[in-house]
Design a protein around this ligand. Structure first.
Ligand code: PRP
Length: 211
């Protein structure tokens, strides 16, 4: 039998919806639900293997061809770019990129160069470049909302899902940047070499519908 088709899933926020999608496709994901600390998981009734990784690493593994497919947020795709195919929108993990700042503060007032904290420097740079606005960008790894609260930044560019994190920290959306959702991506060579299997999978995804 041909080696298993290997698919990299993003740990965390997208994980549950992704595994549920695989189950709706008819795959037995028991090993994934019961993974413990294991990172490479077989799907027992299919020639499929699941790898769990951080979002940026999903793209890296797919780009390098050690995973044939990946499921990752459009936020990471826009930020990282790279050489892979984006095959379809899976319809879950819906949120928005937004510029946010302290509630009641007019972000665009004043002439000084604004400081923007973000986990997504490329997205932020592109957003402000389109406005012709010069900003300083500071890369933050998590809980970006802290940066304006601590006085490090005037605003943040981050993902907003429910808006609870902003609300509970006295911040508000200044402007939405772009909608985001989970995407299926493929390694360029895998897409040629394992075209039938991948096309069958996409067809199945279309049949079960997006959530
Ligand atoms: C994301 C994002 C916001 C929060 C938004 O962080 O960076 O902090 O979720 O979600 P909400 O609008 O539903 O409140 P995540 O939980 O991925 O963790 P991180 O901040 O450590 O990256």
């Amino acid at each position: 039998m041909e080696k298993p088709l290997r698919i990299a899933l993003t740990k965390g926020r997208l994980e549950k919806d992704t595994v549920e999608l695989l189950e709706r496709l008819g795959f037995d994901c028991t090993a994934v639900w019961e993974k413990g600390r294991r990172l490479i998981l077989p799907v027992s009734d299919a020639n499929l293997e699941v790898v769990l990784a951080k979002a940026n690493d999903v793209i890296t593994y797919v780009e390098h061809g050690v995973c044939d497919l990946g499921i990752v947020g459009k936020d990471t795709i826009i930020e990282m770019q790279g050489n892979f195919f984006e095959l379809c929108d899976l319809g879950f993990g819906k949120c928005q990129f937004a510029l946010a700042a302290k509630k009641g503060v007019d972000f665009y007032s004043g002439f000084g160069v604004k400081c923007i904290a973000t986990k997504y420097p490329n997205v932020a740079r592109h957003f402000f470049a389109n406005k012709g606005m010069d900003v300083d960008i500071v890369k933050i790894e998590g809980s970006v909302e802290l940066a304006p609260l601590l006085g490090l930044a005037d605003g943040i560019v981050d993902i907003v899902e429910t808006g609870v994190t902003l609300r509970e920290n006295g911040l508000e959306v200044v402007e939405y940047v772009t909608p985001i959702s989970a995407r299926l991506i493929a390694n360029t060579v895998s897409l040629k070499m394992r075209q039938t299997e991948i096309e069958t999978l996409i067809q199945k995804i279309e049949e079960v519908g997006s959530k």
